[in-house]
Design a protein around this ligand. Sequence first.
Ligand code: MG
Ligand code: MG
Length: 630
Amino acid sequence: MKTSIATVCLSGDLPEKLRAIAAAGFDGIEIFEQDFIAFDGSPSEVGKMVRDHGLEITLFQPFRDFEGLPEPYRSRAFDRMERKFDLMGQLGAELVLVCSSVHPEARGGIDRMADDFAQLGERAAARDMRVGYEALAWGKHVCDHRDAWEVVRRADHPNIGLILDSFHTLARKIDPESIRRIPGDKIFFVQLADAPQIEMDLLYWSRHFRNMPGEGDLDVAGFMRAVAATGYNDHLSLEVFNDQFRGGNPNAIALDGHRSLVNLMDSVIRSEPDIAITVPKMPPRIRADGVAFVEFAANDAEATSLGALLHSMGFRRVGRHVSKSVELWQQGDVRIILNTDGDGFANSSHVMHGMNICDIGLSVESAKDTLARADMLAAKTFHQAVGPGELNIPAIRGVGGGLLHFIDDVSGLRDVWDVEFRPVEDDTPSAPCGLTRIDHIAQTMAYDELLTWSLFYISLFDLAKAPVIDVVDPGGLVRSQAIASADGKLRLTLNGAETHRTMAGRFVADSFGSSVQHVAFASKDIYETAKAMANVGFSALPIPNNYYDDLAARLGLDDEKVEELKALNILYDEDASGAFYQFYSKPFGDGMFFEIVQRTGGYSGYGAPNAPYRTAAQRRLMRPASVPAR
Ligand code: MG
Ligand code: MG
């Protein structure tokens, strides 16, 4: 599998881009004319610099407005191309992309255009170069790959081929299955991009909103299956125009890009096994069976107050680590670890971020397979010295540098609680309050990390994305990307904050990075749970009366139900498939909180309509924004 990426995808000057592209593991680059026009060095120096990074120039682009022109434009287009061939020779590029014309003088007619390309083929052959023709979705006469292919077919020249671009095909909703009829050796190059599904002008959509395969809503895998079925075996190249990426960190974007291609081809080969492209072998996307634990890094004082909060929710201290200052708390299947040890990862995480959830344990079928897939996707594995009597549990770095540990049965890792912890009697046990499991974990990050982490999760795990929703916070919008397994055993929400004025944005600023902001616990009977928790000293986030008045009017709930919700500060939402109940703890630390939820029927959301009232209630209890956190 040969990978390539257009230089236009990344920010920085050409040397910066090349470093990032080479480090991410790409084999080549599509060079954009602008990138080297801006570079202070001759074309041959640029070519050498590219090769010095171990990369090749897979494509020179773009060449616009070539075909279908009357004289004198036609001769000028050929002259222009001769100059580009000179330049390509100096750069060391042998394939040029000609995109379908938008020239006001361009005439239609497949044969007229085919004749132009046949003649261009002769000129290219004389230089040992090749020309690929791409249908722009907004081309004047050719805007469909099927027409571009017909032009190429009739040109009937070995140096003239087709260039396919997933965006142009899928944005126009052209069935990618039509690609299967094209001979693979006439497809000279394949460009890949995804995009969020938004209705807008095609050109604007393409220039600003493309993203990496898997990050958007287009069926790039279906497109690529059809391409691979033709026998195509050349570069898979990312051509992603995205405002955010062009201003982002080139190393991170290049890594995301490479990961997206590895994940894409893994998915392609699973349903299209007889293809010419060699795809790295790895275990299939990992099914996660839920959250095995969450671990807080805290100092002694923070652990004491967190312990009091946990007591007031019906948790018990059940274990102490054999050698470290680490406690295990439990209720139902929810396990919470409080780590106050002066050594190790949790300690350094605490130094950096203050109290935070530094580690999430996920239940998987095979921790070994999970690590193997993570490795192929270039996730960072984590190692720390294993103390006497401790298990070596595989881990990788996740959001904000926090850890994800993988717990399974096959390797005995599920025994960790018995092996590494000694049971303790809780001095002040409270009665369990009916919390059964972790319903979801919400991770908050800067908005420009949202695509990175959603790609991270969906490429590694068998999880699906829900549409991104805007959660209204009094301080601005927060974009929320929910990701869940089909059975609902693992649910994550990734919240991207664009401004520090939102509750989420302040959390990112105050905790010095992306991190878990809340954990939601499931109850089978939220009224009983809320009452039981109140009995053991829990004080819920107070919700104003106005919310309940509106709720009654909006959803037509009867008075009795509304009174019951109001008495316990429970928020409510419903949709066609079921209902959702939720209440919250007061914020603690730098704006973390707990949530208690109950789902009925098939409700699979997170109560987004309630978020503005919840965040407003939380803000009332938090320090004013003008007071520094530390
Ligand atoms: Mg393209
Ligand atoms: Mg939530």
